[in-house]
Design a protein around this ligand. Structure first.
Ligand code: MN
Length: 416
C-alpha cells in the first residue's frame, strides 16, 4: 500500500516527481519579467500563493496579507499552528476528489514550473554554519592536525559553529566567482594575494528558523521552531581557510557565496523521515540530550558537471538541527524568523561518501577521476550540484537542485 497522497494533478502522482502532494515546499518564483511571487510546488506546476491570498481563496492570516512580499518570512512568523492549517487547506484543495470549482481556481492560480524562474525563498536574517558531521570533522582534523588530535575535545559535547554572512547566501543557479585572498604555502615565509587554488564545496543541509525566540530553548522547543529545510552548499576556499582559521575560525574562506536549493521543504513533510542521531560516544549534557528522533533520512549526492562524485545521507549528522538551534540559544542569543543554520559538511564513513573535494582528494593528494578530467579542487567552468531525496513508500520528496557554476576569478582587484 503506497503512502503517496494522490492529487487530481497527474504530474504530482508520477513516481519520479520530487513534488508530490506529500511535499508542498515553499518557494519564490517569477514568470517572464513579472513580479516575484510566493509559490508552492506541486508536480510540474507552481501554485501562486500570493495570487490565491490576494483573491481571498487561501489566506494564512484573515487580517493581513503575509504573502504580498516576495519571501515567506512573514508567514513563518505566524507559527506552527498557522503553518499546519495552511498546509491542510492547500492539501485538500490539491487532493484527488476535491471540488471542481476549487480545481478551476487552483489551475487559474498556477503556472508550469518549466516557465518559472526561482528566487531566494526567504530573506536570510542571519546565517550560522555548524560543523556537526562527525566523519567530516574527523577527516579534516586528521588532515590538519593528525589522527591523534582529529576531533577537538569540545566536539563530542556541543555542536561547533561560526557566525557566517547572511549577505553571501544565494539561490541555486547563481554563478559563483572564484575568490581572491591571502594564501600561504608552508614552503614560503610570507603570504601572497592571489585567486584561490583550492576552491571547494561543502555538502550540507540548511535548517530555517520560523519562530523567533529570545532566551534559551529546549531541544524540543528548538525542533518545533524550525520551519523547514533546504540543501546548502558552503563554498569554501581551502587555501584561504588554512592560513586564516586560527585563532577565530573561518572568515573570508567562506564569505564568497553559500548556495541554497530553491524550495523550503516543510519540517512537517519530513516527519515520516525522522530518525535518531548516531550512537553517542560520550553522553551529552541534559540540555542538549536527544529527546526524540530529530535527524532525517535523506539521501544526498554531489554531481560535478552532471556526474555523481559522492553519495551520503543526512542521517550521518552527529547533532540534529534542533540540537544546533538549542545550543545556539543557550547564551540568550535571540533567534529570528529567517535565521539559516547550516549543518556542516555531511560525510559518511566510506571514501565515496565524502561531502567535500578536500576529503575526496584527501587534501589535494589524490586525484578524483571524472568524465571532465582529473580533479583535486574545482576548475573554472565546473558546475557543482547537490541533490537530496527522501524516499517514502510509493513516493519521494525533493528539494530542487542546489547548483552553481564557478566563474574565473576577476582581474586583480588592486591593479589597473
Ligand atoms: Mn560549512
Amino acid at each position: 500500500m503506497s503512502d503517496l497522497k494522490r492529487s487530481w494533478l497527474d504530474s504530482a502522482n508520477a513516481p519520479d516527481t520530487d513534488f508530490p502532494l506529500n511535499n508542498l515546499p515553499y518557494g519564490v518564483f517569477s514568470v517572464d519579467d513579472g513580479d516575484l511571487r510566493c509559490g508552492v510546488a506541486i508536480g510540474d506546476r507552481i501554485v501562486d500563493a500570493t495570487g490565491l491570498e490576494a483573491a481571498g481563496h487561501l489566506r494564512a492570516d484573515p487580517e493581513a496579507d503575509v504573502l504580498d512580499a516576495p519571501y515567506w518570512n512573514d508567514f513563518m512568523e505566524l507559527g506552527p499552528t498557522t503553518w499546519y492549517a495552511y498546509r491542510q487547506v492547500l492539501s485538500m484543495m490539491l487532493a484527488e476528489g476535491s471540488d471542481e470549482h476549487v480545481q478551476d481556481i487552483v489551475t487559474t492560480f498556477s503556472v508550469p514550473m518549466a516557465k518559472a524562474r526561482l528566487h531566494m525563498p526567504f530573506r536570510v536574517a542571519e546565517y550560522t554554519d555548524f560543523y556537526a558531521g562527525r566523519h567530516h570533522a574527523t577527516n579534516v582534523g586528521t588532515m590538519f592536525r593528525g589522527p591523534e588530535n582529529a576531533l577537538p575535545p569540545n566536539w563530542l559535547h556541543m555542536p561547533i559553529g561560526y557566525n557566517g554572512r547572511a549577505s553571501s547566501v544565494v539561490v541555486s543557479g547563481t554563478p559563483v566567482k572564484r575568490p581572491w585572498g591571502q594564501l600561504k604555502s608552508p614552503d614560503h615565509d610570507v603570504p601572497i594575494f592571489a585567486p584561490s587554488r583550492r576552491f571547494d564545496i561543502e555538502l550540507e543541509m540548511g535548517a530555517i528558523v520560523g519562530v523567533p525566540s529570545d532566551g534559551p530553548l529546549s531541544v524540543d522547543q528548538a525542533f518545533a521552531n524550525i520551519f523547514g529545510y533546504v540543501l546548502l552548499n558552503d563554498w569554501s576556499a581551502r587555501d584561504i581557510q588554512a592560513w586564516e582559521y586560527q585563532p577565530l575560525g573561518p572568515f573570508q574562506a567562506k564569505a564568497t557565496a553559500t548556495t541554497i536549493s530553491p524550495w523550503i521543504v516543510p519540517a512537517s513533510a519530513l516527519a515520516p523521515f525522522r530518525c535518531a542521531t548516531p550512537e553517542r560516544e560520550k553522553p551529552l549534557l541534559p540540555h542538549l540530550a536527544d529527546t526524540a528522533p530529530m535527524n532525517h533520512d535523506i539521501d544526498l549526492s554531489i554531481t560535478l558537471n552532471g556526474e555523481t562524485i559522492a553519495q551520503t545521507n543526512a542521517n550521518e549528522l552527529y547533532y540534529s538541527a534542533a540540537q544546533q538551534l538549542a545550543h545556539h540559544a543557550t547564551s540568550g542569543c535571540p533567534m529570528r524568523a529567517g535565521d539559516l543554520l547550516g549543518s556542516g559538511t555531511i560525510s559518511g564513513p566510506e571514501k565515496h561518501q565524502r561531502g567535500s573535494l578536500l576529503e575526496l582528494s584527501w587534501g589535494g593528494k589524490e586525484t578524483i577521476d571524472t568524465a571532465s578530467g582529473p580533479r583535486t579542487f574545482i576548475e573554472d567552468g565546473d558546475t557543482l550540484a547537490l541533490h537530496g531525496v527522501a524516499r517514502g513508500n510509493g513516493y519521494r520528496l525533493g528539494f530542487g537542485p542546489c547548483t552553481g557554476t564557478v566563474e574565473p576569478a576577476a582581474k586583480d582587484p588592486f591593479t589597473s
